[in-house]
Design a protein around this ligand. Structure first.
Ligand SMILES: Cc1ncc(COP(=O)(O)O)c(C=O)c1O
Ligand SMILES: N[C@@H](CCOP(=O)(O)O)C(=O)O
Length: 544
């Protein structure tokens, strides 16, 4: 079936129109952007997908009455010669006045330092981190119900670019970018897995969820941030700025996302990888996507130092989360979680942490929803680290006194093998402001948790194992109650980390019992032998 034979909303109806803003709208007057207005005409009730603007298109009116069913009238398609990007470009009237700029992170209210997002800047004048600050007064001209209806109306469409989970929140992400410059894989909108068996059998919980951010274009949550960063680079290049390529240091997921989005846009990508420290599946991604791959004989922190030096010298744009643009995309996962719970706030959200941009991104997403009236509180955040790479955990345990970077040891959670996280200040700010917690997991704990999750139908990465292990500890200590609604953020797809699972199920890991290993049984090509092992297996299952 041609997907465009299905109805398409008019793109202009997806843009909020401040002119139609009513400061005190009664619910039925809410200027819904992509409205589900109910119109009564004669004896029938209609649902209109048009904004309350003149000239309603009768072909956009759908009759919801079930019988009799006339042949459904198809809405008009876009002309065959116009693609979805051109369609968005044609109809995007850009009538809003939302804007965003860089400001020093957590600056004092008296600070006037700011930069246009079109500037190439990663640090403030005193060397501290930057943050993207939105014009909250402009956003507040619309109430929480308006934003909920707008975001809800865009889910899962093919309308450029709003069908993306990130760009469905465009006004809160990069409000000023022309849709024509956006580089998107329709990322986001990842499912929330109800961890029914893991919750019930292992933790006695009935409201446990796993946000599958790894079920994504390149298999990790990095796509959420990279669509934003590469879109902005695309814009800069179209504006004639001297950006010859985009570079990052990576433990494997940032480089995969960067390479894919750059390849989609035809922009050179340069990736610095710590030699022999990332999985084969991660390594092959930038290679396949045509990036310039440097395998460097150092760890991630060493690669990060090098890329910062290189991007200060050459016109290569920095794609790591030191660049606060990335976090604007990543924060949409938090907004999505609220949306998936029909705008109810979970009690806990547990996020594995490495370079520590994502924990702040989650905080920022939740905080914006609170400030703009979509929800009335924040969830408590837990940042989970591997014990072998735990600088944030040590900092937390010391009562937030004096942060010390560590030399990160080897961990199966290789994407978070980071000892000197660039976003340490952002993470501490986020955790302090939501009464957050930091937990750690040993190698055995994270691998057992990952394997137990897999045995209940998931297929998670070791980093998600770290988060699940943190949850198990917090349940055991009673900090998280059995009835608490809890979301564990799964940051990458398990298929990227199959070697760790093979090692575990082969019981091939020194000093690890591998209690949940499920190795394959070697059997002779012979009916009797097969029957023998099956009977033994079935008897064992019967007893358990
Ligand atoms: C799979 C995975 N999980 C978790 C993280 C941690 O995210 P952050 O660096 O934003 O703390 C990363 C990257 O660092 C990752 O690739
Ligand atoms: N896990 C990351 C490490 C770099 O993090 P970033 O968010 O600062 O890019 C990776 O996959 O490279």
């Amino acid at each position: 079936m041609n997907m465009f034979s299905l109805s398409q909303a008019s793109p202009c109806s997806l843009i909020p129109n401040p002119q139609s803003f009513n400061p005190n709208p009664r619910p039925q007057q809410l200027p819904l952007p992509h409205s589900l207005r109910i119109i009564s005409s004669n004896n029938s009730t209609k649902i209109s997908t048009q904004t309350p603007t003149p000239d309603p298109d009768p072909s956009n009116i759908i009759d919801p009455t079930p019988t009799p069913t006339p042949t459904p009238k198809l809405k008009h398609r876009r002309p065959a010669e116009v693609n979805i990007r051109q369609q968005a470009h044609l109809y995007n009237p850009s009538t809003h006045n939302f804007s965003a700029k860089y400001v020093p992170f957590n600056a004092s209210p008296s600070s006037t330092e700011s930069y246009s997002l079109d500037e190439i800047v990663y640090r403030s004048s005193d060397g501290s981190l930057l943050d993207v600050q939105h014009d909250m007064e402009a956003l507040k001209k619309f109430d929480g119900d308006y934003w909920k209806a707008l975001f809800d109306s865009r889910i899962g469409k093919t309308t450029w670019p709003y069908g993306s989970g990130v760009w469905s929140k465009k006004e809160w992400v990069l409000p000023e970018i022309d849709s024509d410059h956006i580089v998107s894989a329709f990322e986001g909108n990842s499912n929330l897995f109800w961890a029914e068996r893991f919750g019930k059998d292992i933790l006695g919980m009935n409201d446990l969820w796993v946000k599958n951010c790894g079920i994504s274009h390149t298999g990790s949550f990095k796509d959420l941030g990279m669509t934003v960063l590469v879109s902005q680079v695309n814009r800069l290049r179209k504006l004639g700025r001297p950006v010859v390529g985009v570079g990052c240091a990576s433990t494997g997921d940032t480089s995969a996302a960067l390479s894919a989005y750059c390849a989609a846009a035809g922009i050179p990508a340069i990736v610095f990888l710590p030699a022999n420290r990332i999985s084969i599946a991660q390594l092959v991604q930038p290679i396949a996507n045509g990036a310039f791959v440097l395998s460097i004989d150092t760890d991630f922190d060493g690669c990060m130092k090098l890329i910062r030096e290189v991007t200060a010298e050459l016109p290569i744009y920095l794609a790591n989360s030191l660049n606060s643009l990335r976090l604007e995309g990543q924060k949409t996962a938090a907004i999505e979680i609220l949306q998936q719970f029909d705008w109810e706030v979970p009690d806990w959200v547990i996020v594995p942490g490495g370079n520590l941009g994502n924990i702040y991104a989650f905080y920022k997403g939740f905080q914006m929803c609170k400030e703009l009236g979509l929800v009335d509180r924040l969830p408590r955040l837990v940042c989970a680290q591997a014990a072998n790479a735990n600088p944030l955990y040590l900092h937390y345990k010391s009562g937030w006194s004096d942060f010390k970077a560590v030399t990160a040891g080897t961990t199966f959670a290789s994407a978070i093998q980071i000892g000197d996280p660039v976003s340490i200040d952002r993470a501490v700010f986020a955790l302090k402001n939501c009464n957050g917690i930091v937990e750690e997991a040993s190698e055995e704990e994270l691998m057992d948790a990952m394997s137990q999750a897999d045995l209940t139908g998931m297929f998670v990465c070791p980093h998600t194992g770290v988060a699940l292990s943190a949850l198990m500890k917090l349940r055991r200590s009673g900090v998280i109650a059995p009835t608490d609604r809890t979301v564990v953020v799964s940051t990458a797809h398990g298929l990227k980390f199959t070697q760790s699972k093979i090692d575990y199920h082969s019981k091939d890991i020194a000093d690890m019992a591998c209690r949940f290993a499920n190795p394959p049984v070697q059997v002779k090509n012979n009916f009797g032998s097969v029957m023998d092992v099956l009977k033994t297996y079935l008897l064992r299952k019967d007893k358990s």
